[in-house]
Design a protein around this ligand. Sequence first.
Ligand SMILES: NC(=O)c1ccc[n+]([C@@H]2O[C@H](COP(=O)([O-])OP(=O)(O)OC[C@H]3O[C@@H](n4cnc5c(N)ncnc54)[C@H](OP(=O)(O)O)[C@@H]3O)[C@@H](O)[C@H]2O)c1
Length: 265
Amino acid sequence: MNRKNILITGGTSGLGLELAKLFTKRGDNVKVTGRNGKSALSGESFIYTDFADLSGVRDAANALITNGFSPDVIINNAGTLGPASFTTTKDGFEYTWQVNFISHLLLNDLLLKASGGGGEKLLVFVTSPVFKLVKPVYRLPEESEYSTFRAYAESKYFLLLTGDYLAAKYSDKKLNILKFSPGVFGSGIFRMRRPFLRAVYLVAEPFMPGPGRPARRLLHLIDNNLYDSSKVFMARGRKSVAAPEMNEESEDFLFSLEKAVNIVR
Ligand SMILES: NC(=O)c1ccc[n+]([C@@H]2O[C@H](COP(=O)([O-])OP(=O)(O)OC[C@H]3O[C@@H](n4cnc5c(N)ncnc54)[C@H](OP(=O)(O)O)[C@@H]3O)[C@@H](O)[C@H]2O)c1
């Protein structure tokens, strides 16, 4: 089998770490991003990146490009349930949106721009079933309307559209898009919640499935080329649900965000 270059965002914990183990075990060349290098697989494959800092995302992309690492697969997995109250990053974006969605748009764009037109690439977007609960409003979150859940659900909705947006923008490159909803499993995802909710989660976690099953399911989808960008594939069973559709409004919105983060056309 060909050794593939795999980039996993948020590969230091939960689903991302599980995926990193699976790809590494079969000999792929794996790089993971995150902030907690101690829990990554090895120092060599870890790239420190705080997704709440766009300059850090640019540095990570530049480090990969400079080292000649051109990913065959990018797994856009880093995610947070977000802070209890409205918080902005130093770039001025709402925290959850930036970590879950905007930084991924930037990272993928920089890597795609630098890549040659050669072989096929696969972009994977890890969402959550809550994306279905979103009635999209094409503007950045405002403090007066903030809820942790809403910010999370919206970020996961727009992350899905990022795949379609990039596929249209880079139609000259051979991009495949896979959208994946891993279901509920025990992980570090509750770490930013209020202490009470964190405590409840810690009690419930031993009774929850681990990230192994969704990781294996995602690997199965990847290995068997089961991509269809109009669908979100679920971890359980062989189910999928319809993905949000790109329309003129969402395309304009993503275009405006591109400009806001200074992505050069
Ligand atoms: N767990 C669930 O039940 C569930 C359900 C549906 C969807 N999901 C999705 O599955 C994906 C993986 O989550 P998980 O449950 O495995 O959670 P997790 O254990 O908390 O892992 C999240 C990963 O994202 C990284 N991350 C978080 N904030 C970051 C930041 N500011 N900058 C850079 N990296 C950051 C973390 O790395 P560092 O800590 O090293 O920074 C970690 O590697 C997420 O997209 C999540 O939304 C999870």
